[in-house]
Design a protein around this ligand. Structure first.
Ligand code: HEM
Length: 135
């Protein structure tokens, strides 16, 4: 069993759903993230549920519906800076806490999400900032 199969086996669909439900309200409340997400967050939540299911080693639900994820390409229309990647990860960290995902499985999830979030970065913080130097 690979480590990603292990994640899906440990969590199961209900826990993945809970994680998504805990994550997006935080995204919508975050000053850096809110502006780049649509107000109607439900479709994004549904896609994320399908995606995380396969990302964690479950059935390829996202690919069956939307084709190859190509996540970096799908994120290119949105300005993803290092600060936004950290903000995304911070929301996820809190969501993992909220739904009580702990221990080894959490470490596995976390290391995979950190790598993916890093990969989504498509512009510098500086390009996206005003003259404010120290924010
Ligand atoms: C690094 C910080 C990230 C930011 C700021 C970010 C932001 C976004 C935004 C703005 C959208 C589009 C919402 C819309 O449809 O209008 C999106 C879609 C999505 N994101 Fe992210 N994202 C990040 C990282 C990630 C990571 C690490 C993953 C997966 C592990 C992920 C998975 C997805 C998925 C599956 C979608 C839906 C793609 C589709 O349209 O089919 N994102 N994200």
């Amino acid at each position: 069993m690979s480590s990603t199969d292990h994640i899906y086996q440990q969590l199961g669909p209900a826990k993945i759903r809970e994680l998504v439900e805990a994550f997006y309200p935080r995204v919508q409340a975050h000053p850096l993230l809110k502006p780049i997400f649509p107000d109607d967050i439900r479709p994004v939540m549904e896609k994320q549920y399908l995606f995380l299911t396969q990302f964690f080693g479950g059935p390829p639900l996202y690919t069956e519906k939307y084709g190859h994820p190509m996540l970096r390409a799908r994120h290119l229309p949105f300005p993803i800076t290092p600060k936004r990647a950290l903000a995304w990860l911070d929301c996820m960290d809190q969501a993992l806490d909220e739904v009580g995902i702990v221990g080894h499985v959490r470490s596995l999830i976390w290391s995979r999400l950190v790598v993916s979030a890093q990969h989504m970065i498509n512009q510098n913080d500086a390009e996206n900032q005003s003259i404010m130097k120290d924010d």
